[in-house]
Every structure is written in C-alpha cells, then in structure tokens.
Design a protein around this ligand. Sequence first.
Ligand SMILES: NC(=O)c1ccc[n+]([C@@H]2O[C@H](COP(=O)([O-])OP(=O)(O)OC[C@H]3O[C@@H](n4cnc5c(N)ncnc54)[C@H](O)[C@@H]3O)[C@@H](O)[C@H]2O)c1
Length: 338
Amino acid sequence: MAKIMVTGGGGYIGSILTAQLLEKGHEVIVLDWFVFGQHRLSAYKNNPHLTLLAQDVRTVKPASLKGIDIICDLAALSNDPAGDLDRKLTKQINFEARARLGRIAKAMGVKRYMLASSCSVYGANGDLAATEESEINPLTTYAECNALAEEALFALNDDDFCVTAFRNSTAFGLSPRMRFDLVVNIMTLNALKDQTITIHGDGQQHRPLIHIADISRAFIKALESEKSVVSGQVFNLGVTNVKISDLADTIAKTLPMDIGIEYVPNNSDARDYTVSFDKMRNRLRLDPKMQIKDGINEVFHAALTGETTNSSDTRTVERYREVIENGNNLSIGSVVNF
Ligand SMILES: NC(=O)c1ccc[n+]([C@@H]2O[C@H](COP(=O)([O-])OP(=O)(O)OC[C@H]3O[C@@H](n4cnc5c(N)ncnc54)[C@H](O)[C@@H]3O)[C@@H](O)[C@H]2O)c1
C-alpha cells in the first residue's frame, strides 16, 4: 500500500478521492487550507491511516513530503469566477504552488504526481470534440493557470518522477463538501426548490460532465497503472457532453414531480465546447460508472432529506470572497484534530 498525499483533500472531489483511497487501504495525508471546513472528512476520524494537515499549499516544507510515494494535487481556487476575484492569488495557488510542489516532490523522492487540471484549458472550440492533442485556448485566469501548471509539471517528468494530468469535465454528484456552483447540482436543487429550471440563454451550449466518484476512480486507476501508460500523459475525464437544454429535460424527467423549464435571454456565458474521452477509455481503460441521472438522484434525495443544504460554503466564489475580504486569514500550519 502506498503513502499518498492528497492536496485539497477536504474539497468536493478530494474528500471522495480520500475516502476511496482509504477504502483501498492506502495511507492518506490530506493537506488542505480547509476553506470549506475541516469536518468534511469526519466520517474517517477513527481511521488510523488518515492524517490531516491544515496548511497552505504555497508554503509546504520539503520535510512534509518525506516518505510520500504519490501526490494527488487537487488544491486550487476551483472555478473561473473564484479565479477572477484576485488574479495574483490565483496565480500563486493554481500555478506557482503546483509547480513548486512538483519540484520539491521530485527532490524528496516522490515517485508519482497527478494533477487535477480542467477541460477549461480548451476554451470555446466550436463543433469539434477536443482531444488531448487539440490546441489549447485558455480564456480565463483559472484556465490559464491550469495550462501553465501542466507545462511546468510535465517539464519535470522523467523515469523517476511520473507526471499525469487529468483535464476534468464539469463535475457533478454528492460530496460532504457540496458544490452548488456546478450545473447539474444547482439545476437539480432549483428544480426541487422552485419546481422550475431557469436557463440563461438559449440552452444550446454544450458542457462535458463527469461524476466525482469517477474522477476519483481515474486517479486510482492511474496510480495502479504501469508507468508507461500514464507517464507524461494528459487524460480528458468525462462521461458525456450534454446540451444545457437537454440536461434540463433530463432533470425534469428524472425528478418525481412536475418541473417547468424557463428560458431567460442572456449572453453572459456563451462558452460552448465538447471533449473527447476516447483516450480515457482506450489507454487508461476507465469506463465511468455514474451517469447524469445517478448524480441527479443522489443530489435530489440529499437535498430533500436535508442531508445537504445550499449554504455559503457550497457556493465556491462566495466563500472565497469571504476568505479574501478577511485577508486570507485561515488557521494554518497545524495537524487537525477532529
Ligand atoms: N469540480 C469540478 O467541476 C472541476 C472541474 C475541473 C477541474 N477541477 C479541479 O479539481 C480540483 C478539485 O476541485 P473541487 O471541485 O474539489 O474544488 P474544491 O473547491 O471543493 O476543493 C479545492 C480544495 O483546495 C483547497 N485549497 C484551496 N487553496 C488552497 C491552498 N492555498 N492551500 C491548501 N489548500 C487549498 C480548498 O480548501 C478545497 O478544499 C481543483 O484543482 C479544480 O480546479 C474541478
């Protein structure tokens, strides 16, 4: 079993990945600023294989990486609007800290490094499904930092340090750190709350999507794969590309109540892109298990029973605005006791 550091392990995807790694018997060190709270992993508080480090990824000390075999790097300001709040901070966390972590990891003898990047690096690409070979076209600070981080990390890839980057589609599904800034989750919640789904624009734009459990499975699949399969490789991760108007129809048909769909004229988000997942299926041999309907159902039931609620820490940009307004004043530098 490996000793694995998950940066951002208290986050939406990271808390699911951490759970899956623990279930496989790995030793997991979660390093996180815990912007969304430390209680996200409390279900595992008695697991002797889990350590939580409350720390800013920008200031990780080389000694913290002693004995680590693998890093899954998920710490980041995790969407475009959060990345626009303070571009300097975004660059520090989403690019410079990742590049630095890669360098010190390599120097400390870490064997593998996996980066959570994003399909947003492709920008708007019209009708063609972007493959890993397609030209990238990052349109925001968030997307640009992902592209720069990939480049800096792949420059470190060699026989002793295996670097892999996952370009994630927009994620969906239920997590202890819930995100209601993601399209499937928020449309489902609004459908339950208002019996109406509101679409801004004509709904013709496409989005690639994937469930968080399948993103986590991709990281595990990669760490279990031969180095020759994943070394220096980028993989797009997704289950399907869906038109926003079709997603609204699917939600309306899946929920056990009458749901209306309303269109509000708006051109503010005209991003339209589709992505190919052939390499994920053929080279990584990952077949996503979770369909959009599975995510809709789990979010619906959790919201209905009150297991999840839409508070400020489920809306990423709002929470980062609070953090930045408070001078980034989070308690850091300690081992967390639940
Ligand atoms: N969820 C998606 O739809 C999606 C899509 C594409 C890419 N990604 C990428 O996947 C990764 C995880 O995303 P997520 O959805 O779990 O987001 P998230 O916001 O829930 O998790 C990110 C975690 O990083 C931590 N963090 C932020 N800044 C930090 C710092 N300076 N030091 C230490 N920890 C810090 C936060 O506390 C949080 O727990 C991110 O890199 C994100 O860009 C996510």
